[in-house]
Ligand binder design. Structure first.
Ligand code: ATP
Length: 316
């Protein structure tokens, strides 16, 4: 089983309870672990895979809490770093119609330092880059770019998820797209939401989105479509792979569960590049990853809802 190195942010989401979408009126907040790359690491480890998290939290109680959550979920945190800066916090309120209000207090996540000693361990393993805060500057952006370069030179299998957060890039969407481009060009596998595929390609039609993304270099594209399943596209074929019917209560983390489960399966291959040749195998993997995404929507919170292998296999 190959190791999956998940690089990016780990932070606290303070979710406002019952206050509509106005943070000014919010009084009660629930503390939740957040950060897409950390969720992906948990998704892999919960299924029995080997995931290592590379990111930075503060030397405060929130940092200890977050690393404790990863450890409880069997993620290897030996490469995680701590900084004197406070742990990054996101305050969010979500109205029933999905509208969000957002305050972001960036701290330790941006302090991740590049460590050249890690490079060798990427060799023939998998590197997953989740970009939500990683492209916002700070030491993290520098480390992120260098780890990406290391992954390329060490022949790692590279997975990329842009994790576009509109609240973080208001008015600067074109900068986000530009910064994503090298990853989109070189990653073996990219996971996009529909919004991300459209934003990065500049196209609305899905066929045209995929055509553009393959043209710039992406080998395997997955576009997650919520209850509709996933569009899987390679340079030669395109398949919409349906998900399973569920009664969703909270969709947070479904995309992370999906890509985590897909990477867990790819990590079991002798050569991850086999998925570029074997489309039937890839379709089977996506069918199972769809189930992981669907199951995650049936409970509240991202990490607690991620399925273990037994729960995943119990689904027809
Ligand atoms: P995130 O909010 O984590 O960024 P995302 O938008 O990338 O997520 P979704 O499309 O919401 O991800 O979900 C990922 C996958 O989970 C989908 O491709 C699908 O297979 C499954 N899934 C999500 N929602 C549902 C649902 N309501 N019913 C069935 N399956 C679902």
């Amino acid at each position: 089983m190959k190791k999956v190195y998940c690089i990016g942010e780990l932070l606290i989401d303070f979710v406002a309870e019952n206050q509509g979408n106005d943070l000014a009126k919010a009084e009660v907040f629930t503390k939740k672990p957040g950060g897409a790359p950390a969720n992906v690491a948990c998704a892999i480890a919960k299924l029995g895979g080997l995931s290592k998290f590379i990111g930075c939290v503060g030397e405060d109680q929130f940092g200890s809490f977050l690393l404790g959550v990863l450890e409880d979920n069997h993620v290897d945190i030996s490469l995680a770093q701590r900084s004197k800066n406070f742990t990054t916090l996101a305050f969010v309120s979500i109205a029933e119609d999905g509208e969000r209000d957002f305050v972001f207090s960036r701290g330790a996540d941006k302090k991740l330092k590049y460590d050249s000693k890690i490079k060798k361990s990427f060799q023939n393993n998998i590197v997953h880059l989740g970009a939500a805060t990683a492209l916002l500057g700070g030491d993290l952006e520098d480390a992120y770019g260098r780890y990406f370069f290391d992954a390329l030179t060490q022949n790692a299998f590279i997975s990329f998820d842009p994790n576009f957060r509109s609240d973080l890039w208001k008015g600067d969407e074109n900068i986000f797209v530009k910064k994503c481009m090298p990853f989109v060009q070189k990653a073996h596998l990219c996971k996009f939401s529909l919004e991300e595929a459209r934003l990065i390609s500049g196209k609305v039609n899905l066929e045209e989105c995929c055509e553009f993304l393959h043209e710039v270099g992406t080998k395997v594209i997955t576009i997650t479509l919520g209850g509709e399943g996933t569009l899987l596209s390679t340079e030669t074929t395109k398949h919409t792979i349906p998900s399973i019917p569920v009664n969703p209560v909270d969709t947070t983390g479904a995309g992370d569960a999906f890509i985590g489960c897909l990477l867990y399966q790819i990590a079991g291959l002798h050569d991850p590049l086999e998925i570029l040749e074997n489309i039937d195998l890839l379709i089977d993997f996506v069918k199972i990853a769809n189930k992981a995404g669907a199951l995650t929507t049936t409970n509240f919170g991202a990490i607690p809802s991620l399925p273990n292998l037994e729960q995943l296999l119990a689904i027809e």
